[in-house]
Design a protein around this ligand. Structure first.
Ligand code: HEC
Length: 702
């Protein structure tokens, strides 16, 4: 009896100790915990780590002295080899992250062991309804749930322990339009915030807040006016409506989508959102060439409880170059002219680095961080850019710098409070733009509506190489006070990764050519470099488990650039291969060899079309197929390179173009292309295969 009792109490004691050692409930995160994130630097609990989205970690076990000893701790292959843009969330030893098609993975952060996977089963046909690949920028967590915005526009709450759906809501205003969700939700005061994309396809932008517990809609803020025949939804839409002309944008959507950035200041209780470009791009078609078109390309401050408008700053009034201001927003308190200021920093696509007073939206300074030609400067008195006449393509074709891919795109920057520098993944790019003579409005979900001709890229390999050399990447350590670079690192290709800053005096960045790199934060000296197999675009994160610091890179080439600009992305020579790659000091893991590019052309068909027909075919190919299979039928390694189609694939061609691979993301063109158009496009593909054969023979001396 006594013995039994002793055993019983012993086992009870063991049980109790076990309970004490059990980790906290999964994803047990709330606002207080996120606000106090610096007290538990081992976790990465929200998209930008902290509500100010600085992406600076106080962890310093890995530092400039020992970073050279980083090795592969673990790697996990993701299910789909396409663009990966997610920032992982790490809480109490568990990592929650996403891959293409909004698939969510919960992993043991120490070993990479898969705990659960959630596939929202986005219908493949939705691929054609987005401009830029089926990417996803990650999840949010809150009180035991994990939240993901699915590519087809659902906001889904999952049980953090099991990955089972807790609730799911439809965030889409109008299912007849091509809306997509790629952004990471943010959670402020118990509300999940999510926007969407689609401004290339004719949608109206907005952001919606949902109750984190129940999924009930709390508020919606539109970024551009609706039909002027109806009363404006709120005060903000009254302000905005005055800056639009005519009513054409109702049909075209207007744009201004909130597809990525948000930040929150708990003291001021202001939520900041970045808005996208105009839909269509062409200001003439959109707004009779008149008006600033609020709130396109703007930073807007809202009350997170109600969605009420507080202030806005428009970076590109009357946008006509796809100059989104959705790029990453960073909040910081920095000294300007000796006085501490609460600032908001953004480096949008248009190439200017903006420092705003975040209490009221007043512009403090702006300076271009790469060479640009669309504006000479920003007038500090008016806060407006001084636009140069040379880029108004309504008067004829124009060369515009930066291109629609931007001087900086979605790849997040980071801010190190100690060095006072912003680590900005910038790029140089150029585009030729020309207005359509007549608005070519095609009400088709998978066809872009820009109001401009599809940017042309000459087929001549020499010209192509010349243009390619004008597209470059650059990591800039930008001093936001001096508005000047402290140091820079050059890359031969654009579309490099977002950055992570750490208290170990380090900056981490993935590269388009498939490497993970660390630089000294103060001097820019390169300290470490490792192969990761595919382009690494997402911003890395760092965390600690069991007293060890880890650095994770989400790897996977894709997104807008290698899709449309296939030929230009070839300097990177990487294949799409999606993985989570995690490093720690002294580890010695090995990655498998990278995937190989297609080798050797199959036997080719004859080209029977005339030179004139091929010209038309080229326009059709670039218009309908180029955004995925690459302009001039040169793929950027994410989607199949059609020049390599075997005779067997040619047999399937008409079926594939007519929807047989819809569930794998190849759109159905049966309603927009007649059979003879499909054949004509095929002729162009075959012609380009012959061109390639010629080039290969020349290069090989055969
Ligand atoms: C929105 C992106 C997108 C667009 C636009 C697009 N495709 Fe595709 N296409 C895909 C994807 C993704 C696949 C691969 C599907 C799979 O995995 O089977 C594909 C596959 C194909 C294939 C099969 C190739 C092979 O090697 O199996 C052909 C042929 C093809 N596309 C032709 C076209 C043509 C012609 C157009 C223009 C009329 C076009 N595609 C437009 C995404 C696209």
């Amino acid at each position: 009896m006594t013995l039994t009792r002793t055993i019983l109490s012993l086992s009870l004691a063991t049980l109790c100790t076990a309970a004490a050692a059990t980790p906290k409930a999964p994803a047990d995160v709330d606002g207080a915990r996120i606000r106090a994130a610096d007290q538990e630097p081992g976790n990465w609990m929200s998209h930008g780590r902290t509500y100010d989205e600085q992406r600076h970690s106080p962890l310093a076990r890995i530092d400039a002295g020992n970073v050279g000893r980083l090795g592969l701790a673990w790697t996990v292959k993701l299910d789909v080899d396409r663009g990966v843009e997610a920032t992982p969330i790490v809480v109490d030893g568990v990592m929650y992250t996403t891959g293409a098609w909004s698939i969510v993975y919960a992993l043991d952060a120490r070993t990479g062991k898969r705990l659960w996977t959630f596939d929202p089963k986005v219908p493949g046909e939705n691929l054609g309804q987005g401009c830029c690949d089926t990417v996803n920028r990650g999840v949010a967590v809150w009180k035991g749930k994990v939240y993901v915005g699915s590519f087809d526009g659902r906001l889904i709450a999952l049980d953090a322990k099991t990955g089972k759906v807790a609730w799911s809501v439809d965030t889409i205003l109008d299912r007849k339009k091509s809306y997509t969700v790629t952004g990471a939700p943010r959670i402020v005061k118990g509300k999940v915030l999510i926007g969407n994309g689609g401004a290339e396809f004719g949608v109206r932008g907005y952001i919606t807040a949902y109750d984190a517990e129940t999924g009930k809609q709390a508020w919606r803020f539109y970024t551009v006016p609706g039909d002027p025949a109806l009363p404006p939804e709120d005060k903000a839409m009254e302000i905005a409506l005055k800056t639009w002309s005519g009513n054409n944008w109702v049909k075209w959507g207007g744009g201004g989508t909130v597809w990525d950035s948000m930040a929150y200041d708990p003291e001021l209780d202001l939520l900041y959102i970045g808005t996208g470009n105009g839909s269509p791009w062409n200001h003439q078609f959109r707004s009779e060439g008149k008006g600033d078109n609020l709130f396109l390309s703007s930073i807007v401050a809202l009350r997170p409880d109600t969605g009420e408008y507080v202030w806005h700053y428009q970076t590109t009034p009357s946008d006509m170059w796809d100059y989104t201001a959705t790029q990453h927003i960073v909040l910081a308190d920095i000294a300007i002219d000796g006085a501490p200021r609460k600032v908001l920093m953004q480096a949008p696509k248009n190439g200017f680095f903006y420092v705003l007073d975040r209490t009221n939206g007043k512009l403090l300074s702006a300076k271009n961080f790469v060479p640009i030609n669309w504006a000479t400067h920003v007038d500090l008195a008016t806060g407006r850019p001084v636009v140069s006449a040379d880029v108004n393509y309504l008067t004829g074709p124009k060369v515009v710098i930066p291109s629609f891919l931007g001087a900086h795109n979605w790849q997040p920057m980071s801010f190190n409070p100690k060095t006072g520098l912003v680590y900005l993944p910038a790029q140089e790019s150029v585009a030729g733009l020309e207005a359509q003579k007549q608005p070519l409005f095609i009400p088709h979900k998978s066809v872009v509506n820009l109001g401009v001709e599809v940017p042309d890229l000459p087929e001549d390999p020499k010209v192509e190489a010349e243009i390619r050399s004008a597209w470059k990447g650059r990591l800039i350590a930008w001093d936001p006070v001096k508005q000047a670079p402290a140091w820079t690192q050059e890359y031969t290709a654009p579309w490099n990764g977002g950055t992570l800053s750490t208290a170990g005096n380090l900056v981490f960045q993935g590269t388009a050519d498939g490497r993970a790199v660390a630089y000294a934060a103060d001097t820019g000296k390169k300290l470490w470099d490792a192969r990761v197999n595919s382009g690494a675009m997402a911003a890395p994160v760092t965390y600690e488990v069991g007293g060890e610091q880890y650095v994770t890179f989400m790897v996977g080439w894709g997104g807008a650039f290698p899709g449309v600009a296939g030929p230009l992305s070839h300097s990177t020579r990487v294949q799409a291969e999606a993985r989570v790659v995690t490093f720690k000091l002294g580890a010695r893991g090995k990655l498998p060899p990278p995937k190989q590019a297609p080798q050797g052309l199959p036997p080719l068909r004859e080209v029977t079309a005339s030179a004139d027909q091929l010209k038309t075919a080229r326009t059709m190919f670039n218009g309908f197929c180029g955004s995925c299979h690459g302009l001039n039928a040169v793929s950027g390694s994410v989607y199949p390179d059609l020049r390599y189609m075997t005779p067997k694939k040619h047999e399937q061609y008409v079926a594939v173009v007519s929807g047989s691979r819809l569930n794998r993301g190849m759109p159905n063109f049966a309603s927009v292309l007649k059979p003879e158009d499909m054949e004509l496009i095929r002729q162009y593909i075959v012609k380009r295969a012959h061109d390639l054969k010629g080039q290969l023979a020349q290069a090989g001396g055969k």
